[in-house]
Design a protein around this ligand. Structure first.
Ligand code: SAH
Length: 371
């Protein structure tokens, strides 16, 4: 039975929530464990490693690779070195560059005279394709080449035009993982060839997305980049759960933190001291592995142990799972529920305003009573 049919079978009203699991199923870790095997048998909504769809989509890159490597010869022209480097890794990209140039020239632009193509930095939201902006959809459909990473959902990739090429540049790829420098070079080469290049990023490209670095690099090379904002995970997930990120008299500010330590950089968790404000909402991105330490620091700096909190895995997708708990218990609950990346953590009194918070409390107390 197809996933959608199986979910319909579980709850006839599911179609209105895009086949996300019914709330009563996934709010408590003990309950969600029951459904784990059911859901993990379905492929992830994201373009993670082992994603069969990703391999199939990027097939054009690999199918002629061996043949091309043996037959390609490159002129020793120094200004072509950059693109030849790329081409040596991925000969199909070289071919595509050539096709794009010829197309440009046949359209009446004489060599060297035409301007660069358009580069768009596009936010794709947290996963649900219906959270894309109209602008994003329009640009995605007009792209020649789209570079995407892990948190761009497969549903979003389904929107591309028939002749567009997709290139996975995710950092956690099991194969052909690209460095940030390589991504810069790819964007530049294709833009110089006059292509419409779209760099897709999950959520908003300028929120923990390294979009700023890519924009800066291209601008330094004289290429203009247009940014199309996306719904950041905090907004998409808060809306999904019915949590107002700010609320008069409850939370007068909201802070977005990263739980991720930059390689060789200072521990980002030093922010805990400033973040431990009971009148503010904290949203932690990339915080799964460092959360046990962050929560202890927040408690140490005075955030009340009973502060409501929630961790949401793969929010806004059909595979969404979440655990609600007081701050003091959340790290333990995340471990019991075995949440995996991407997971977003929201901490603050506003979490208790979600209708799901009281349901989760009732379920927890009935489980305790039943013991
Ligand atoms: N630019 C993105 C954030 C990239 S950082 C944005 O604006 O949303 C990656 C982190 O974002 C993940 O580790 C996770 O904490 C969070 N995230 C992104 N999408 C998510 C999703 N669908 N569900 C849960 N967390 C998500």
């Amino acid at each position: 039975m197809a996933l959608a049919d199986r979910l319909q079978f579980l709850s006839p009203s599911l179609s209105s929530i895009h086949f996300r699991k019914p709330n009563s199923i996934n709010i408590h870790p003990l309950c969600s464990l029951h459904y784990d095997s059911f859901f993990t048998s379905y492929s992830s909504p994201f373009t993670e490693k082992h994603s069969i769809q990703r391999y199939q989509r990027d097939q054009w890159l690999y199918k002629n690779q061996l043949e091309q490597i043996t037959s390609c010869s490159f002129p020793p022209d120094s200004h072509l070195n950059r693109e030849n480097n790329i081409a040596l890794q991925l000969p199909e990209l070289k071919k595509l560059l050539q096709v794009l140039r010829e197309k440009r020239e046949s359209e009446g632009c004489s060599k060297g005279k035409y301007g660069p193509g358009n580069v768009f930095l596009v936010g794709t939201g947290p996963g649900d394709p219906e959270l894309l902006t109209l602008k994003a959809v329009r640009v995605i459909q007009s792209a020649d080449l789209l570079l995407y990473d892990r948190l761009v959902s497969n549903d979003v990739l389904d929107l591309i035009g028939p002749d567009a090429r997709l290139l996975y540049v995710g950092k956690t790829a099991g194969y052909h993982s690209r460095t940030q420098e390589e991504i810069h070079e790819l964007l530049l080469s294709f833009a110089e060839a006059g292509a419409t290049v779209v760099r897709l990023k999950g959520g908003d490209p300028l929120v923990f997305g390294r979009g700023g670095e890519e924009m800066e690099f291209l601008q330094q090379q004289g290429i203009q980049v247009k940014v199309i904002p996306g719904i950041t995970a905090a907004s998409g997930i808060a809306a999904e759960l019915g949590i107002p990120l700010t609320q008069r008299g409850v939370a007068n500010s909201v802070k977005f933190l990263t739980g991720h330590a930059r390689k060789g950089g200072t521990d980002p968790l030093f922010v805990a001291e400033n973040a431990a404000d009971p009148d503010s909402t904290l949203v932690v991105y990339m915080g799964l592995s460092t959360f046990p330490s962050l929560s202890l620091k927040l408690l140490h700096h005075g955030l009340p142990p009973y502060t409501p909190a929630v961790a949401v895995e793969r929010g806004t997708t059909p595979q969404q799972r979440m655990v609600f708990a007081e701050l003091k218990d959340l790290a333990q609950q995340i471990t019991s529920a075995q949440l995996i990346s991407p997971t977003l953590i929201i901490i603050g009194k506003v979490v208790a305003l979600s209708p799901l918070w009281s349901i989760s409390l009732k379920e927890t107390s009935s489980l305790v009573e039943a013991k």
